[in-house]
Design a protein around this ligand. Structure first.
Ligand SMILES: Nc1ncnc2[nH]cnc12
Ligand SMILES: [Zn+2]
Length: 330
């Protein structure tokens, strides 16, 4: 199965670029920028990646980013993941990034955008890897701040594909961000949101009703609401499910207990992604391999998951057609 999964052109719809920061690069950037880290070694950092829940992870995720200060750091961060992903057969990535997490530390939006856009261009030129840009907003920060940041990003609106909603889900319902998502729609941006990862199924319904999103990031808790399952099946709304993330953050105890097989049996439009590969045990190929082992899926299942992702990815239709042929030919 490994040679097949490696060769299969894979499409990743849910990836936080700051969550792709491997400890090795974190240490290199800390040294380059004179930033102190709370770990003595790469080994110690990896040992700290043992999470009880989403908040436990987010605390280290925001701390890890402290080494990202200059345009070149954002470029190196993204290229480090793009090179690894491309070598594993990933052909497209819709990339979330968190401007508020950098603005809060005094890192200007221009620095983040220039570094990430340069990496996108370099990947598209030299790796045959296309990249979608999802500017994500932190749901545990004030809604007014999110609106201000979206306006601050005006010079970059043309370069964005979508806005997203991430960070601590509990007690931060989608309804808090109705004005932000209405503004993004007015600007002409697509909209996606994390929902039903740790939060209840009702947050998935809210994201669909009140934020008018085209896909749901995670969404695994939809299984708690029969009417919602029927709706997601009927609308064929894409769910970007992140199997190893759900294990690492204890959304499920063990991958074999993961609801992915049931989500597929329900006829939902499922895709798989890595979320934060540096923190959760690996990238998109590793997630594919883990699912093959846990669920015994055959090649057809993996082809379909990637066709689902390709159909929804933020890319132009000419490239989509080429990549579809490549999936069909494997
Ligand atoms: N899995 C996740 N859930 C919510 N916010 C995130 N930010 C980075 N990874 C996240
Ligand atoms: Zn995520």
């Amino acid at each position: 199965m490994e040679p097949f999964l490696r060769a299969l052109p894979k499409v990743e719809l849910h990836l936080h670029i700051e969550g792709s920061l491997e400890p090795e690069l974190m240490f290199a950037l800390a040294e380059r920028n004179g930033v102190a880290l709370p770990y003595a070694s790469v080994k110690e950092a990896k040992a700290a990646y043992d999470f009880d829940d989403l908040q436990g992870f987010l605390d280290l995720y925001y701390q890890g980013m402290s080494v990202l200060l200059h345009e070149r750091d954002f470029f190196d961060l993204a290229m480090d993941y793009f090179r690894r992903a491309s070598a594993e057969g990933v052909v497209h990535i819709d990339m979330h990034f968190d401007p508020q997490a950098h603005l809060q530390r005094g890192v200007a939006l221009d620095i983040v955008m220039r570094g990430l856009l340069a990496a996108k261009e370099e990947a598209e030129r030299s790796l045959d890897l296309s990249v979608g840009m999802i500017m994500a907003f932190l749901r545990d920060r004030p809604a007014e701040e999110a609106l201000e940041v979206l306006e601050l990003a005006k010079p970059y609106w043309q370069r964005l594909d979508a806005i997203g909603l991430d960070s601590a889900e509990r007690d931060h319902p989608p309804t808090k961000f109705v004005a932000l998502f209405a503004r993004a729609k007015e600007i002409g941006l697509a909209r996606v949101a994390h929902a039903g990862e740790e939060g209840p199924a009702a947050y998935i319904s809210q994201a669909l009703d009140d934020l008018d999103v085209c896909r749901i990031d995670h969404g695994v808790r939809c299984l708690e609401d029969e009417a919602l399952i029927a709706r997601l099946r009927e609308q064929q709304t894409v769910l970007t499910v992140c199997p190893l993330s759900n294990v690492a953050l204890k959304v499920v105890d063990d991958l074999r207990q993961h609801p992915l097989p049931r989500l597929l049996d329900e006829g939902l439009n499922i895709t798989i992604s890595s979320d934060d590969p540096a923190y959760f045990g690996g990238g998109l190929l590793t997630n594919h391999l883990a699912c093959a082992e846990a669920f015994g899926w055959d090649e057809k299942v993996f082809e379909q998951l990637n066709r689902n992702a390709l159909a929804e990815a933020f890319m132009d239709d000419a490239r989509r057609a080429i990549l579809l042929q490549r999936i069909d030919k494997v």
